[in-house]
Structure formats: structure tokens, C-alpha cells
Design a protein around this ligand. Structure first.
Ligand SMILES: Cc1cc2nc3c(=O)[nH]c(=O)nc-3n(C[C@H](O)[C@H](O)[C@H](O)COP(=O)(O)OP(=O)(O)OC[C@H]3O[C@@H](n4cnc5c(N)ncnc54)[C@H](O)[C@@H]3O)c2cc1C
Length: 412
């Protein structure tokens, strides 16, 4: 008899999980309250970051932290209520960001990142989505020679340790590579192997269409209605209550709310982020991170997308796009942004964990329940890897990547 499984959440992570389970013969129902890929996986910078072998650590430089505390700079914004709510997890994040522990997290993180582009490639080909992606890397650009030099050293270190390929460009080479950059910059690190997706939400939709074309069931429903039923699980959908033998929670930044109702307290938190589109007359060729200022400019189908750094605020707090205004002013130095499109700024939330590793594996106290969330700054990159790893665990197969470092039980 075919085993049935529910996947709750149709962002990049849930949709890829559904595809991989389906590929292994499971009868899969993918449930979301919205259409696939309409939340965090919609509004990100669209980078498939094969260079991001190190998870994003808690910044420790005193000058940076002082700027954050005083509300200066564009990188970070915070709401007092958000900091208060997340204080416990943030303290643990600081603890895990100690260089020794960060190096351990990097070992585990880099093993996932190593497969990101090849796993996306397989799904993109099957989904007919190759036209959404360019494979020319992206740049960290630097305003000062000192920062460029430090970045060049780090890039060399990543090459030696993880085989991450990059080229360092001086002012002249950068100006030739990206004529749209009008500020005189010290130079750039051009990461050669990452990919850029020009419509991240559309990529998730393509993956979801592939899932449906292969016989998968995609339903609208509320994950909060999940209940144990008999030996399995059930959830309420617009087509009635759906039952299955197993269930996967892939709710990205909303995972914490649901797992708390099941009695779990994991050190999770979110980093909110905004985007805005500009009509930029002079388009960039590849995305750039203004590395000393902390925002990304990415050429996408709708124009030039500016995405912001981290905002520590409750997930449901009203938008406060102050970082967007600051980043826009900085970006206008770099490129001719032109007018912004007449639309409200987009707001999303990176689903983060204190130890910087995603939560992937069996729920420790609930039979037949699986967790797949917490992919933080690289969930768009890691969706297909996370989906395959989780599906192999459900299948009871091991060997591709050791799942132990990501096990939910590490927090118990
Ligand atoms: C500004 C910004 C820029 C970023 N840039 C990048 C980047 O360039 N590259 C990269 O790799 N990552 C990037 N990220 C991170 C990345 O976007 C996330 O890690 C990733 O999208 C998380 O995917 P997910 O599937 O876990 O979550 P989501 O995409 O949020 O999916 C969760 C799904 O759960 C559904 N859901 C929630 N609650 C319920 C409920 N009660 N019932 C039913 N459904 C529910 C939601 O509707 C949603 O579809 C960025 C993030 C931000 C904010």
C-alpha cells in the first residue's frame, strides 16, 4: 500500500520536500493557506548561494553593535518588543557565533550548500524553469580598500577550505564588468558559481506545477488545524479534512507558532527583511551586495530589486521600512535607481535558529511528524537539498548527507 504524507507549507522548502517525497513513491498532499511561493520564498534576493558555506553569525564588532544600538546604518533595525520576545534565542545565537562553534556549524552547513546548485538544476530542468536563472555569479562590492583586502583574504580562505571560486576585481575591472555602477568603488569579490533567479516566487510556482503534473495534490488549508488522527495526522482544507499517515511541517518563519502548540520550545527567531523595485534605467548585469552597507541590488523581471538586512521585530508587527529608506539613499550613490514602482514595500522573515543550522528530521515526541524549517538566510538556496534530505529520512535511507547535525532532537 502507498504511504500517504501531508506537507504543510508550500514555500521553497515545503514544495521541494513534496517533490522529493513524491519521487520516492509517497502519496503527497501539499497544503498552504496561500498559493505556492507567495511568502518568504517570493520576495528574497533570488540568489542560489553556492558561496554561502558559512552560516550568518551574530556580528561581534563593537563599532557595528554600537551603530545597531543607536539605530544608525541600514544593516539592522529592531523593535524593542521583538528583541524582548527573541532575547533568549538571540543570546544563544551569540553563544553559537563564537569562532570555534561557528566553525563547527560551518562544517555542517557547507555540506548542504555544496549540493545546492546541482539539486536546483535537476528540478529546474524537470520543471522547465531554466529561463528564470542566470549562472554568472554575483558580487560583493566594497567602498574601501581595507574592506576589499579583508574580503579577498576570506575569499582565498574559502577557496582553499571549500573550493569556493571567486575573482577579486579592482576599481577598473569592476567598472568594466558592471558599467551601471557609477560610484568609484575600491573593487569587488566576484563569486563565480552562485546563480541568480529573476523571479523567485515563479520558480517555486514552477516546482509546484511539476508536483501537480506528476499527480500530487495541492490544497488550500490552515496548518493550525493539524491534529493527530488514529495512527496518523489530519488537517482541515477547503476540500474537507485530509488524513494521512505522516506529516511534514515546512512553515518557514511560522513554524515556531505551530510547534509551540505541540509542546516544543526551540531557540528560533526571525530576521525580517524588505524589498522594493526600481525602474533603474541602467540595469546591473548581476546582483551586488553593497558589503559595507548591508543591502542587495538584484536585477529581476520587475526591475531592480533592493533587499534589506535584518529587522528584529515580531512576525506580525506592522511594517517599519526604515532600512529600505536608508538603503535606497545609499544605493542611489551606486546606480541610477530611477523611480520606485508604485507598490507597497514587500516584507518577509528569514526563519532562523540559534545554532545557525536548519531543523530537519523527526519531531522528537510525535510519531510520524517531521520538521523541515529554519533555513535562515539561505532557504531559497537550500530548498531542494532540504527536500531531498528530509525525504530520504522519511524513507529510512541514509548516506547522502549525515542528517545528525540538523536533528530536531539536538534542542531537547
Ligand atoms: C529580504 C530577504 C532576502 C533573502 N534573500 C535570499 C537569497 O538571495 N537566497 C536565499 O537562499 N535565501 C534568501 N532569503 C531567505 C529565504 O527567502 C528563506 O530562507 C526561504 O524563503 C524560506 O523558505 P520556507 O519555504 O522555509 O518559508 P516560506 O517561503 O515562508 O514558506 C512557508 C509557507 O508556509 C505557509 N504557511 C504559514 N503558516 C501557515 C498556516 N497556518 N497554514 C498553511 N500554510 C501556512 C506560508 O503561506 C508559506 O507559503 C532571503 C530572505 C529575505 C527576507
Amino acid at each position: 500500500m502507498t504511504s500517504s504524507i501531508l506537507v504543510l507549507g508550500a514555500g521553497m522548502v515545503g514544495t521541494c520536500t513534496a517533490l522529493h517525497l513524491q519521487q520516492r513513491g509517497y502519496e503527497v498532499t501539499l497544503v498552504d493557506r496561500r498559493a505556492p511561493g507567495q511568502e518568504t520564498s517570493f520576495g528574497n534576493a533570488g540568489l542560489i548561494q553556492s558561496e554561502a558555506v558559512e552560516p550568518y553569525a551574530f556580528p561581534r564588532e563593537p563599532g557595528f553593535l554600537l551603530n545597531v544600538a543607536l539605530g544608525r546604518g541600514a544593516e539592522v533595525n529592531w523593535h524593542a518588543r521583538g528583541l524582548w520576545q527573541m532575547a533568549g534565542s538571540l543570546l544563544r545565537y551569540l553563544h553559537h557565533s563564537h569562532p570555534k562553534r561557528h566553525a563547527q556549524a560551518t562544517e555542517a552547513y557547507s555540506r548542504l550548500i555544496a549540493h545546492a546548485t546541482e539539486e536546483h538544476d535537476l528540478l529546474m530542468t524537470a520543471a522547465g524553469a531554466q529561463h528564470l536563472v542566470t549562472r554568472e555569479g554575483f558580487r560583493f562590492v566594497f567602498r574601501t580598500a581595507k574592506a576589499l583586502e579583508e574580503a579577498a583574504q576570506r575569499a582565498e580562505d574559502l577557496r582553499v577550505r571549500f573550493g569556493v571560486r571567486s575573482e577579486v576585481e579592482n576599481t577598473v575591472l569592476l567598472a568594466q564588468a558592471e558599467p551601471a555602477l557609477r560610484a568609484s568603488l575600491a573593487g569587488a569579490v566576484h563569486w563565480l558559481d552562485p546563480w541568480a533567479v529573476n523571479n523567485p516566487g515563479a520558480l517555486v510556482q514552477r516546482y509546484a506545477e511539476l508536483f501537480v503534473a506528476r499527480g500530487g495534490r495541492l490544497l488550500t488549508g490552515d496548518a493550525a488545524s493539524l491534529q493527530p488522527q488514529g495512527a496518523g495526522w489530519s488537517v482541515q482544507t477547503h476540500e474537507g479534512r485530509v488524513q494521512s499517515q505522516q506529516a511534514v511541517l515546512a512553515l518557514g518563519p511560522w513554524a515556531d507558532g505551530l510547534i509551540r502548540t505541540l509542546g516544543y520550545r526551540f531557540p528560533l527567531f526571525i530576521k525580517r527583511g524588505y524589498h522594493q523595485h526600481y525602474r533603474s534605467p541602467a540595469q546591473l548585469r548581476q546582483p551586488v551586495l553593497d558589503a559595507e552597507r548591508g543591502y542587495v541590488l538584484a536585477p529581476v523581471q520587475r526591475g531592480l530589486r533592493l533587499t534589506t538586512g535584518a529587522e528584529f521585530a515580531p512576525i506580525d508587527a506592522p511594517p517599519t521600512p526604515v532600512q529600505l529608506a536608508k538603503a535606497e539613499a545609499l544605493a542611489r550613490d551606486l546606480v541610477d535607481l530611477g523611480e520606485s514602482l508604485p507598490e507597497a514595500p514587500w516584507l518577509g522573515a528569514r526563519p532562523c535558529t540559534a545554532d545557525m543550522l536548519p531543523v530537519m528530521g523527526p519531531a522528537p515526541r510525535h510519531k510520524g511528524l517531521w520538521l523541515n524549517f529554519g533555513h535562515a538566510h539561505q532557504g531559497f538556496t537550500l530548498g531542494p537539498v532540504a527536500g531531498r534530505l528530509l525525504a530520504e529520512m522519511v524513507e529510512g535511507r541514509q548516506g547522502w548527507i549525515d542528517p545528525l547535525p540538523y536533528a530536531p532532537a539536538r534542542f531537547m
